[in-house]
Design a protein around this ligand. Structure first.
Ligand code: COA
Length: 328
């Protein structure tokens, strides 16, 4: 193994996939018989709709579609990949891993592939693990996917959780580059188990005959408070470590959970709301897929220019959270 002190890892392609079926807020009351309405959901969460995978559509199917779109963006194909990580809490099954199914689908004969679960922080954790692998080896290209079938974890009778989540996948290609000023320039990741299942804040129940994957249970207000506090603290920690001023960050791509969490963070940190990229209104909380899905949309709109500084922010069950700075 060798490290490369004058090199960095750059995101060279971004892709995404959202299933065809869209469920609008109004359909949750009219078709799913939830005691809720569009105005409540929009006001409290920012969400207007979510996508739902079809009955036969798996997490690996969505991951492959997002991966193909990222590979196309990077002008690469599956055979170029050395590593595939799928961040997911909703794998196709316990094993084989979703990542090896993706590997097979892409024809990536030489890649190493595995899944990672850090809940909604999974994509950010996987990105940093991929960076570490590339920097400590002679390998060049990693595919990092966040893919989730979150609607399979929903109790459709629970209006406090069923409104929040959706299905989809996002992916990036991470490539080792000789450039020392562009790419991933720093990160901080954290985990704390004491506030997970023990305090009933956010967890998935034990599988049952009715719900083979279990269902999401959440204390929304506790999660809201923790998310705001940890997103702010990890951002301050990273910026201080890298001696970078928040004003020098051009764009923030946060985990797309609840727009009010992001608004609160912007207000508390005095961040210009226009820097905060938000697409959660269109796909709800897709857990590990949410950061790359928002990145994908920014890529399609040509929002982020070369050389600009991006701050990624994640928060999820566990709890897990963290931040990462990327020079585009
Ligand atoms: N439609 C209508 N009313 C609803 C509702 C819904 N979908 N869900 C809850 N309510 C009701 C509650 O029953 C409660 O009624 P009551 O006052 O008669 O008891 C009222 O609305 C207020 O509930 P509350 O839980 O205080 O609302 P909230 O403003 O905290 O919003 C969440 C609830 C879940 C939207 C919010 O707490 C949240 O988004 N938390 C973070 C969740 C998250 O992001 N999780 C993933 C992290 S990775």
């Amino acid at each position: 193994m060798s490290s490369h002190p004058n090199q960095r890892c750059m995101v060279t392609g971004v892709g995404g996939y959202l299933p065809k079926t869209i469920i609008h807020n109004d359909q949750l009351s009219s078709e799913f018989h939830l005691n809720t309405d569009d105005a409540w959901i929009r006001t409290r969460t920012g969400i207007t709709q979510r996508h739902r995978a079809s009955e036969n559509e798996t997490t690996s199917d969505m991951g492959i579609a997002a991966a193909r779109s990222a590979l196309h963006d990077a002008h690469m194909d599956g055979a170029d990949l050395d590593l595939i990580i799928v961040a997911t809490s909703t794998p196709d099954q316990a094993f084989p891993s979703t990542a090896t199914i993706v590997l097979d689908g892409l024809g990536s004969k030489h890649a190493v592939a595995f899944d990672m679960n850090a809940a909604c922080s999974g994509f950010l954790f996987a990105l940093i693990m991929a960076e570490s692998y590339l920097m400590q080896s002679n390998k060049n290209h990693a595919l990092v996917i966040g893919s989730e079938s979150m609607t399979r974890l929903l109790n459709w009778q629970d209006r406090s959780t069923a409104i929040l989540f959706g299905d989809g996948a996002g992916a990036v290609i991470l490539s080792r580059t000789a450039s020392s000023d562009r790419g991933i320039i720093g990160h901080c990741l954290f985990s704390d188990g004491k506030n997970g299942k023990a305090l009933h804040d956010l967890y998935v129940t034990t599988p049952s005959a009715d719900h083979p994957m279990g269902v999401i249970v959440m204390d929304g207000q506790a999660v809201f408070r923790e998310a705001v506090s940890q997103l702010i603290s990890s951002t301050h920690t990273l910026l201080a470590e890298k001696s970078i001023d928040l004003a020098d960050v051009d764009w923030i791509i946060p985990h797309q959970a609840n727009k009010r969490i992001l608004d609160r963070m912007c207000t508390d940190m005095n961040i210009d709301h226009r820097k905060m990229l938000y697409t959660g209104d269109m796909h709800a909380n897709t857990s590990a897929a949410s950061i790359p899905l928002t990145w994908w949309k920014a890529r399609q709109n040509n929002t982020i220019k070369p050389g600009q500084l991006i701050l990624l922010q994640a928060f999820g069950a566990g709890f897990t959270w963290g931040s990462c700075l990327v020079r585009s």
